[in-house]
Design a protein around this ligand. Structure first.
Ligand code: SF4
Ligand code: SF4
Length: 124
């Protein structure tokens, strides 16, 4: 059982209640398919410019998270009904953000949760 922390983006905090993220995590689908079993350790919301992300990641680790995922909508979008990466997502600094989360905690920070764009495989 791997405990997962999620750090979402403030830009859709009042539009999406993480339904797809949590469903995929619970069912071991999409970005969670590589784990034997997963359990949600907790969720934080990042706020621009992301200064607190290290602290949030450290708290998730202290609460038992063994890996941290950032939602697919941070680096992908759905302009015409299909999730694609070409136009990016909510966060222009997602790669730097993920690297900072990893550096602060030593935990893997994986880009992706639900509805992965075609051809994209999360690196764990
Ligand atoms: S990845 Fe999808 S389900 Fe998860 S927060 Fe973004 S829009 Fe919502
Ligand atoms: S830094 Fe990125 S993930 Fe954090 S709130 Fe801003 S756009 Fe969203």
């Amino acid at each position: 059982m791997t405990k997962i922390g999620i750090i979402r983006c403030e830009k859709n905090e009042s539009k999406c209640p993480l339904t797809g993220c949590i469903t995929c995590l619970a069912q071991g689908k999409q970005a969670f398919s590589a784990y034997d079993a997963t359990e949600l350790a907790g969720v934080f919301t990042c706020r621009c410019p992301g200064d607190s992300v290290e602290n949030m990641a450290k708290i998730l680790k202290a609460k038992g998270a063994e890996a941290i995922h950032v939602p697919t909508c941070l680096f992908a979008s759905k302009p015409d009904g299909e999730w694609i990466m070409e136009q990016g997502g909510f966060c222009p600094d997602i790669d730097q953000l993920a690297a900072r989360i990893h550096k602060a905690t030593g935990l893997p920070c994986i880009k992706g949760t639900a509805h992965l764009p075609e051809g994209y495989t999360p690196k764990i």
